[in-house]
Write a protein that binds this ligand. Structure first.
Ligand code: SF4
Ligand code: FES
Length: 216
């Protein structure tokens, strides 16, 4: 008789209604310093921003009447293409988490207060590729010779970013959620300050409301 194979436990996230993210089978949870945070087969991660035990839920969402509703009108959910000589950069502003990895990393291409804000000829192609691959939200992707590069091959992991969203990588399934145009299902950013209008995704509100998490 064939030995029975152990069932692979696939990680999965569910944004519970007006409550935490229920995360199953996640082994890799890290804080913004790269330190491992201990997990269990099922953990509840805070998404109202109020837990005293971040990143875990402590029930505060119920006390403060947290609403997990998406209230964006979706006007920004549109992909724009910036065609350069060697590379085309795709961008959806409706997905961006506004953490500035692109504008800080390569300001000659990703230009603050300049129109158009992306210059696809503003740096060497490899530098653009390296920067786009760091985009945590999936707002940015690129095409070379007509082939789009969007997802990456990474281990399932959630990183609790510094005073910002959860960075999810490795194609962790997010249950019952529609995504923006051109979004990646391999990497995305989930709001944990409680303030995003595009819940469960981060829309950069954490910066405006000065969300702080000194522990992580
Ligand atoms: S999420 Fe991506 S597009 Fe938005 S600021 Fe960060 S790196 Fe740039
Ligand atoms: S963590 Fe970015 S909007 Fe909430």
């Amino acid at each position: 008789m064939e030995p029975t194979k152990a069932k692979v436990q696939v990680p999965q996230i569910e944004a519970s209604q007006n409550g935490p993210y229920l995360v199953q089978n996640l082994e890799n949870l890290k804080n913004s310093k790269g330190e491992q945070i201990q997990t269990k087969p099922m953990v509840a991660l805070c998404r109202c921003g109020g837990s005293a035990n971040k990143p875990f839920c402590d029930g505060t969402h119920a006390k403060i009447g947290f609403s997990g509703e998406k209230i964006t009108d979706g006007a920004n959910d549109k992909r724009d293409n910036y065609v350069g000589k060697k590379i085309t950069i795709h961008d959806n502003r409706g997905i961006c988490a506004h953490q500035g990895l692109c504008t800080n990393g390569l300001p000659t291409v990703f230009r603050m207060k300049t129109e158009p804000w992306i210059d696809p000829d503003g740096a060497e192609t490899q530098a653009i590729v390296d920067t786009v691959r760091q985009c945590p939200s999936g707002a940015l992707s690129y095409s070379i010779d007509g082939v789009e590069h969007r997802d990456q091959d990474r281990e399932p992991m959630i990183v609790v970013s510094k005073d910002g969203p959860y960075h999810v990588t490795g194609a962790i399934e997010l249950r019952d959620q529609s995504r923006g145009e051109g979004a990646s299902s391999e990497h995305y950013t989930l709001c944990r300050c409680g303030g995003s209008k595009n819940k469960p995704f981060c829309d950069g509100t954490h910066w405006g409301i000065k969300f702080k998490d000194d522990k992580n």
